[in-house]
Design a protein around this ligand. Structure first.
Ligand SMILES: [Zn+2]
Length: 100
């Protein structure tokens, strides 16, 4: 089993955004592309403000269903789960309480 840290980031946001939306006819997406290009190296907060959500800069916890700055991904290949520190702490507490 593999456990690895996954961190949200604003790095390479223009390249990532354009890879997703390079052929879009959606003018809203094109406007976001222009705004992102205007920054040399936008911060997480700036990217979230431009795009309007945290999906490009944070990591989704599959347990509490919230975006987090970082999570751990457990498993390998197609069989993985991504979980935040709070959810892991709750899981560890449950295991401790049941004595295993
Ligand atoms: Zn969580």
């Amino acid at each position: 089993m593999d456990i690895r840290l996954v961190r949200g980031t604003a790095a390479n946001i223009v390249e990532r955004w354009e890879r997703q939306y390079h052929k879009t006819a959606d003018t809203e997406k094109s406007e976001i592309t222009k705004k992102l290009r205007a920054f040399h190296s936008p911060s997480v907060e700036e990217v979230e403000k431009i795009i309007g959500n945290e999906s490009w800069t944070k990591v989704w916890c599959g347990s509490c269903l919230e975006y987090k700055a970082s999570c751990v991904q457990i498993g390998s290949g197609d069989e993985t789960v991504t979980v935040c520190a709070t959810c892991l702490a709750c899981a560890a507490l449950l295991l401790r309480e049941c004595g295993t």
